[in-house]
Design a protein around this ligand. Structure first.
Ligand SMILES: O=C(O)C(=O)C[C@]1(C(=O)O)C=C[C@@H](O)C=C1
Length: 376
C-alpha cells in the first residue's frame, strides 16, 4: 500500500464516523428542540447552566482519551451552544469592545454561537441584564495579581442578580503591531492593568517606547492597528481580529495571571453536587461579630474559599464582606449555616450557587490560534 492509499483508507474511516456523528448530533438536537418547546410552553428559562455542567462533568469522567478532557469540554461548549440556538439564542452582555478578556471568558462558557453584545461600562452590562436585554451578564470579579474588581463588587451589592456560572481565564498577553520587529516599536498601547502586568518585559525589551493607556486591551489593539510604529499589549485574539502581527508572546512578568469571571442571570441553579455559593453580608459593630457570624461554617466544616471586605458606599465606615464557600445553598449544612448567619448579621444577600470551577486549571485560549490562522 502506498502512503496515499494508507491515508485514503484511514480517511474513509473518518468519513464514515463523521456521517454517524452528524446523524447522532442531529438526533441530539431534536431532543433539545423538544425540551425547548416544553420549556417555552411552561415559561421555563431554556438555559440551564447546572444541567450543562452536569453533562460536561459526566462526559469528562467517562473520557478515556485520546481526546483530552479540555477538548471534550470545548467540543461540548459548541454542541450546547448549537442546541441553545435551536431553543432560543442566548444573549450575553459583556464589557467590550469585542475580543476583550471578558469576551473570551464569555466564549469559554457559552461557545461561539451566542448573541454577544459588547457594552462600554460595567454599569451598562448590569443594566442589560436588569432591563432584560440579555439573558446573561458576564463580569470580571477578581484577578490573581490585582485582587477584587471593586466596581463589580459594588454592583453585586446594589443590583438584583444571581450568579449562575463562574470561570477562571488565564490572562496571556502578547505584543502585537502592524509589522516589523519588537525593537522598532516606538509606542505601546495597553490597558493600565496590562501595562502594569508587563512592566518588567517592557523595561527589558522596549525601554524607550512611549506608553499610552487605553480603556481596554481590545481598544489598545484598535489603536495599534492605526499606528505603523505602535504595538499593543493584548490577547492573541484581539491582535488577530485587528490584523496585527504577533511580535512577542507571553510578555506578562508573572505566569499564572488569572481572572475570575461571573455569569449573572436571574434564575437560581439546581445543585450539581460540585458547587460553590457566594454571599455578601455586613456584621453589627460589636466585638467578635465576624467570628460569631462565621462560627456555623466552621462547625459544619464548610470550606470557605474567599473572604474579602469592601467599604459600604451607602453607609460610610461600615464594611461588606464577600465570601465564597464550597457547596450549594440547598445543602442542609449550608442552609443551616445561612439561617444562623442571617440571625447574626445586619445584612445578608445570597448571590447564588453555581457549578464550581478549579482556579488552578484556568481556561487557556491557545487553541484559538488555530482558529485565527496560526502564528502569522
Ligand atoms: O436539558 C435541558 O434542559 C435542555 O434544554 C437541553 C440542553 C442540551 O442541549 O443538553 C440545552 C440547553 C440547556 O442549557 C441545557 C441542556
Amino acid at each position: 500500500m502506498t502512503v496515499t492509499e494508507e491515508i485514503q483508507a484511514l480517511r474513509e474511516g473518518i468519513d464514515g464516523l463523521d456521517r454517524e456523528l452528524l446523524e447522532l448530533l442531529n438526533r441530539r438536537m431534536d431532543y433539545a428542540r423538544r425540551i425547548g418547546e416544553i420549556k417555552a410552553r411552561h415559561g421555563i428559562d431554556p438555559f440551564d447552566p447546572a444541567r450543562e455542567e452536569a453533562i460536561c462533568r459526566c462526559l469528562t469522567a467517562r473520557n478515556r482519551g485520546p481526546l483530552s478532557d479540555e477538548s471534550v469540554r470545548a467540543i461540548y461548549r459548541e454542541i450546547l451552544a448549537a442546541s441553545r440556538i435551536l431553543q432560543q439564542p442566548l444573549g450575553v452582555a459583556f464589557l467590550g469592545p469585542e475580543w476583550t478578556y471578558s469576551h473570551l471568558a464569555a466564549i469559554s462558557l457559552f461557545g461561539h454561537n451566542a448573541r454577544y453584545v459588547p457594552h462600554r461600562t460595567l454599569i451598562d452590562v448590569f443594566d442589560a441584564l436588569n432591563k432584560n436585554l440579555a439573558h446573561i451578564a458576564l463580569v470580571p470579579v477578581e484577578n490573581s495579581l490585582e485582587g477584587g474588581i471593586a466596581q463589580t463588587m459594588d454592583l453585586l451589592y446594589e443590583r438584583p442578580v444571581v450568579i449562575v456560572r463562574e470561570c477562571y481565564l488565564e490572562i496571556a498577553h502578547c505584543l502585537a503591531g502592524r509589522g516589523g520587529e519588537v525593537a522598532a516599536v516606538k509606542r505601546i498601547y495597553g490597558h493600565p492593568h496590562a501595562l502594569a502586568q508587563c512592566r518588567r518585559w517592557v523595561f527589558e525589551n522596549l525601554r524607550h517606547a512611549e506608553l499610552h493607556e487605553s480603556a481596554s486591551t481590545a481598544q489598545a489593539a484598535q489603536h495599534a492597528a492605526k499606528d505603523p510604529e505602535g504595538a499593543a499589549i493584548c490577547s492573541l485574539q484581539a491582535a488577530c481580529h485587528h490584523g496585527l502581527k504577533i511580535l512577542a508572546e507571553r510578555v506578562e512578568d508573572h505566569s499564572g495571571n488569572t481572572t475570575r469571571f461571573f455569569a449573572l442571570g436571574h434564575r437560581k441553579n439546581a445543585p450539581t453536587g460540585h458547587d460553590k455559593t457566594s454571599i455578601l453580608f455586613a456584621v453589627p459593630d460589636k466585638p467578635g461579630a465576624l467570628y460569631t457570624a462565621l462560627e456555623p461554617f466552621a462547625r459544619w466544616q464548610l470550606n470557605m474559599t474567599r473572604i474579602e471586605s469592601r467599604p459600604n458606599r451607602l453607609m460610610p465606615w461600615q464594611y461588606l464582606f464577600f465570601s465564597d464557600f464550597e457547596g450549594h445553598r440547598d445543602d442542609p449544612q449550608i442552609e443551616d449555616s445561612l439561617q444562623a448567619l442571617s440571625e447574626r448579621t445586619s445584612f445578608l444577600k445570597i448571590l447564588g450557587s453555581y457549578p464550581r470551577s478549579d482556579p488552578m486549571k484556568p481556561i487557556r485560549f491557545d487553541f484559538e490560534k488555530v482558529r485565527f490562522g496560526g502564528e502569522n
